[in-house]
Write a protein of this length. Structure first.
Length: 257
């Protein structure tokens, strides 16, 4: 009887640890499902045939036709996730505003029954980057988890290809790619209905009138000479590299260049 009590206390302690360890916990779960297999570092298949895309992260892509062409850490990310969750295992889903992506995959924050958050596990161990598409309920929380891994150069953050580029290293080959670029704010101005943030006088981050309110916490600061990391799809126009920012996750203030 005493042994059962000890095990019960241990179980409660482990559950409490899981709650503390996972920073991004929803107020409720929407569905309990069963895992069939892991597709890659951010996609799962359920026993009911649905594909689950993990909200808020982007894991390196696997080239299933030519595995040697997969992005660095892609196969490692799949292996890590496959080691954490097993076929037949129950999982808890929490949904955000949008439940399906353009490919028909179900979008969800995914947790084990012990309340381990898969998105946090992938970010904390350097097997994914935080990225907002449309759903953003946990974007600040996930960004903090990523920031620790980035600072410690864990996993993919130890690879040069995944680190933010300097503005003077940009080339026309980077056009139409989603990139992270780092530099120093050298100016900002309103042009018509748009707001332009200039980075090293070489990159222009553009925000539309309808999106500008989302950046109020950033744009109210004295940004001149502030080091930042900006993210987005790069293009070249009027002699400058440019990207459009529609969500505050695309601009991170950096303490050091």
């Amino acid at each position: 009887m005493e042994r059962i009590k000890v095990l019960a206390v241990l179980l409660l302690s482990l559950q409490a640890f899981s709650l503390r360890a996972s920073q991004c916990i929803p107020t409720q779960f929407d569905e309990t499902v069963t895992l069939d297999y892991v597709n890659d570092g951010d996609t799962l298949t359920l026993t009911d045939g649905r594909l689950i895309r993990l909200i808020g992260i982007d894991s390196p892509e696997i080239d299933f036709q030519f595995p040697a062409l997969s992005q660095p850490y892609a196969t490692s990310a799949k292996a890590y996730l496959s080691d954490r969750i097993k076929p037949g295992q129950p999982l808890l889903l929490a949904f955000d505003k949008r439940r399906l992506d353009p490919f028909g995959r179900t979008l969800a924050y995914v947790y084990t029954q012990e309340l381990q958050h898969l998105q946090e596990l992938m970010l904390a161990n350097g097997f994914a980057k935080a990225r907002v598409y449309q759903n953003d309920y946990f974007w600040k929380c996930l960004s903090k988890v990523e920031q620790v891994a980035r600072q410690d150069q864990v996993g993919l953050w130890s690879v040069k290809d995944y680190q933010a580029k300097l503005t003077n290293a940009l080339s026309r080959n980077d056009a139409n790619k989603w990139l992270e670029v780092r530099g120093v704010v050298t100016g900002y101005e309103r042009k018509g209905q748009n707001f332009e943030l200039k980075i090293d006088n070489n990159l222009v981050v553009m925000m539309s009138q309808q999106d500008i309110g989302k950046f109020s916490n950033i744009l109210t600061l004295n940004l001149l000479e502030t080091a930042v990391i900006v993210r987005g799809k790069l293009y070249f126009s009027y002699g400058k590299y440019r990207l459009n920012a529609t969500h505050p996750s695309q601009i991170t203030l950096k303490n050091s260049p």
